[in-house]
Design a protein around this ligand. Structure first.
Ligand code: PMV
Length: 356
């Protein structure tokens, strides 16, 4: 499909440009462990973020698969190599990419040091651009749902959890027998299956440490292959996803908080019980966890935390308590953040097309 011969026959010009904005996401039930061609060992679900996003502009013309990439206005050969390698690796899906040359300009709205999943936003932005190029050249992917599904599928091949980023509010990825449409191949939009309170959620990111992660997520996934707790974990993730979706449908914030925090701490427990083992939290991460929990028990407000595979806390809460929670964060959490750094984000509407 879409090979060089078809390309030569394509009616439209073999040159053009396209631009997409795509956000990062934060998992509520975590994907940790994979097999085969980027297939998840367990299903996951995430909030799509709003402020943390990548803007990517891409121009293309006839060529031989060359990629030139500027990241934040500077040529970035490492990132360029990663993009080119990925574009070659999907030659079975998009052989025509090897008959084009690309120039890419990519910018992130968030600092590199924040530990926000930049590969989720960047790789999903790339895949959305590639789907638009398919659409421009071949006239296919006219249906909006089909377009996002293909972008999600390609994003999964590029960077696993990136596949959840293209959808508004809540993306679910990985087969689960109680979730209709769920599949390991791409993520699906489950935003319509939850109480609207979850569409209003805020995410304040408390930067406990701005240092680079000590283990990459691909190395982390690999460690699950020999982790003795892996089978129990995969079952737990399936159970937690089912319980979480029921709780979110009912607007049950108590169960939501219980599962989300358990998932965050389980992810870190898995790293601590891998061989070799890693402690990804810092003393300030623990201090911040204690503070969030004691604020919750003192006030009874529905605020909780989650963690990525790093030391920073993602504090989650509905918009109607934002004033109280943000005042607490400024007074009681900021002193434990590196250089007082806090990044404010919230649930967002997914990816969208920019003027190219
Ligand atoms: O998509 P990857 O390979 O960067 O892995 C992401 C793993 C976590 O962020 C820790 C969890 C998740 O589901 O996003």
């Amino acid at each position: 499909m879409y090979d060089a011969i078809e390309l030569a026959e394509a009616k439209n010009a073999l040159a053009g440009s396209i631009a997409w904005r795509s956000p990062s996401n934060i998992a509520l039930v975590k994907y940790w462990g994979k097999y085969g061609r980027q297939l998840p060992s367990n299903p996951s679900v995430s909030f799509t973020l709003k402020n943390a996003h990548t803007n990517m502009r891409m121009t293309y013309k006839e060529g031989t698969g060359n990629v030139v990439l500027f990241f934040e206005e500077k040529r970035n050969e490492a990132f360029e190599g990663r993009m080119a390698k990925f574009m070659k690796s999907i030659a079975d899906v998009y052989p025509f990419l090897q008959s084009l040359d690309f120039q890419i300009h990519s910018d992130n709205s968030f600092p590199h040091s924040a530990g926000i999943a930049s590969s989720a936003s960047a790789m999903s932005a790339l895949c959305l651009c590639l789907c638009s190029i398919e659409q421009q050249i071949f006239g296919s992917l006219q249906d909006a749902d089909e377009f996002l599904q293909k972008a999600s599928y390609l994003s999964r091949l590029a960077s696993g959890s990136a596949c959840r980023s293209v959808y508004p509010k809540l993306g679910q990825w990985g087969i689960h027998d109680k979730i209709k449409r769920s599949t390991n191949q791409y993520a699906v939009d489950v935003s319509g299956e939850v109480d609207p309170v979850f569409h209003t959620f805020k995410n304040s990111i408390l930067i406990a440490s701005a240092k680079e992660k000590s283990v990459s997520s691909s190395a982390g996934h690999q460690l699950m292959e020999n982790n003795s707790y892996a089978p129990v974990r995969f079952k737990q993730a399936n159970d937690n996803l089912e319980k979480l979706m029921v709780a979110m449908k009912k607007g049950d914030l108590t169960t939501f908080i219980e599962i989300v925090e358990e998932e965050a701490l389980t992810l870190h427990a898995l790293m601590m019980t891998s061989t070799p083992s890693y402690v990804l939290m810092k003393p300030n991460s623990l201090e911040l966890i204690e503070r969030v929990r004691s604020f919750r028990s003192k006030t009874g407000l529905p605020v909780c935390f989650t963690l990525d595979a790093g030391p920073n806390l993602h504090v989650l809460y509905p918009a109607n308590i934002a004033n109280e929670v943000q005042a607490f964060i400024q007074e009681e959490c900021k002193p434990f953040c590196e250089n007082g750094l806090i990044i404010e984000d919230e649930v967002g509407e997914g990816a969208f097309l920019l003027n190219s």
